[in-house]
Design a protein around this ligand. Structure first.
Ligand code: CTP
Length: 399
């Protein structure tokens, strides 16, 4: 076990610090929270104290009552100092050596490894001042985690998001003393397994500038790949054209067409588990034009040819993954269609989702798990939560 001094800065991501405390404690690491004045606008000392089962320190002047050198002791009693979220302001103060509150004083006084997990608006992160401060901190040996890329609370998109708390913990794990009470098998149920995931749409060319596409965002497949990696699996993610960052610990192969996706999947075998989440085009244009089609030629007549069915192909192979999971995106008769698809494609499980609403591109999903044992209706949840639940089930199934 390692004692973590957790400095919570003021930002919308501060709520994730609470989650981080839970994960850290579950992994056997005691956490002492320090809340900045800014952080206290987003989370309360009471909630952090309850989760950490430790006093929460907020002011330099409280410590002076305890003993002359309270802040020095506090900063040294930890094995690791983690600043999460680290705001642009905190990073600037750290780089400049400013110590005008408890958090910055501790950061100046500590002789322990320091990790910062920045989270802020994209522009603030990309600003030359912040980048220079981060470079300074890195040069001084501070570990910088993230930020991740994605949609931000402020409505913008880009780097600036705080990584998920379990991801932060996984990334600092090498710096922490393992807790003997926690068996690695328990924490990483898919360790030593190869999990193959397809995600996103495919693009089937009509001519050099036009494609037939679909509305799949790839979010559910990427969330599943991320969850499998967190569970310790070696993950190969074959992704159609999507604008999503690669989850940590995942080997990604980008493809465009169904044929390329099929080739990449077969090349990635053998796998213990294949989870085919991609919305693969059933048809491609039989003879895509070699040059751009012109309007003057009148409305084109497009001839189609069938694409390989990746799921059905995998099911028939001698090196069939032990657990083959397909998805069925349906707008009507969801469970009946999924049950028929499971039989037709010889998949072990079909995860059926109703895409008649705004599932495609949205963040939530409501799915039914169709297996030989019957149909389970899962409650509507975020795509991340669906992914975590599915990976947990898969780990149990192949244990
Ligand atoms: N799938 C695949 N290769 C294809 C088509 C689909 O591997 N060429 C996989 C999908 O990744 C998914 C499952 O098969 O896991 C079901 O996909 P879906 O598009 O719903 O099924 P289709 O067979 O295309 O059925 P339909 O479009 O008629 O509903």
């Amino acid at each position: 076990m390692s004692r973590i001094l957790l400095i919570v800065g003021g930002g919308i991501a501060a709520y994730k610090a609470a989650e981080l405390i839970r994960h850290a404690r579950r992994a056997g690491h005691p956490v002492t929270p320090v809340l900045t004045a800014g952080g206290a606008h987003f989370v309360t000392p009471m909630s952090l104290a309850a989760l950490a089962e430790s006093p929460v320190y907020t002011s330099l002047w409280d410590l002076k009552d305890e003993s002359e050198m309270g802040h020095i002791q506090l900063s040294r009693a930890a094995d690791l100092v983690l600043v999460c979220p680290a705001t642009a302001d905190l990073l600037a103060k750290m780089a400049a050596g400013i110590a005008d509150d408890l958090a910055t004083t501790l950061l100046l006084a500590t002789d322990k490894p320091v990790v910062v997990a920045p989270a802020m608006n994209v522009r603030m992160w990309l600003h030359a001042a912040t980048q220079a401060n981060v470079a300074t901190l890195r040069a001084r040996g501070v570990t910088v985690l993230g930020p991740d890329e994605g949609d931000m609370a402020c409505g913008e998109h880009g780097p600036g998001r705080l990584p998920e708390p379990d991801d932060i913990l996984r990334r600092i794990a090498p710096m922490l003393e393992p807790d003997a009470a926690i068996s690695p098998v328990e924490a990483q149920p898919l360790a030593g397994r190869h999990v193959l995931v397809t995600a996103g749409p495919t693009h089937e060319p009509i001519d050099p500038v036009r494609v037939i596409a679909n509305r799949s965002s790839g979010k559910q497949g990427f969330a599943i790949a991320a969850a499998a990696a967190r569970a310790g699996a070696r993950v190969t993610l074959v992704a159609g054209p999507v604008a999503l960052p690669t989850p940590g610990g995942v080997a990604r192969i980008d493809v465009e067409t169904a044929q390329q996706m099929a080739d990449a999947v077969l090349a990635a075998l053998p796998a213990d588990v294949a989870i085919l989440v991609a919305a693969v085009a059933d048809w491609r244009i039989a003879n895509p034009a070699a040059t751009k089609m012109k309007k003057g030629g009148g409305p084109p007549t497009l001839a189609f040819a069938p694409n390989p069915d990746i799921l059905a192909t995998l099911a028939e192979r001698p090196d069939r993954p032990r657990l083959l999971v397909g998805f069925a995106a349906e707008t009507d008769d969801v469970v009946a269609n999924a049950t028929a698809k499971r039989a037709a494609k010889k998949a072990d499980w079909i995860v059926a989702n109703d895409v008649s609403g705004d599932v495609m591109g949205g963040t939530d999903n409501r799915v039914h798990l169709v297996s030989a044992a019957g149909v389970e209706d899962w409650p509507e949840a975020s795509k991340d939560a669906v992914a975590a639940q599915l990976i947990e089930r898969i780990a149990k199934e192949i244990a």
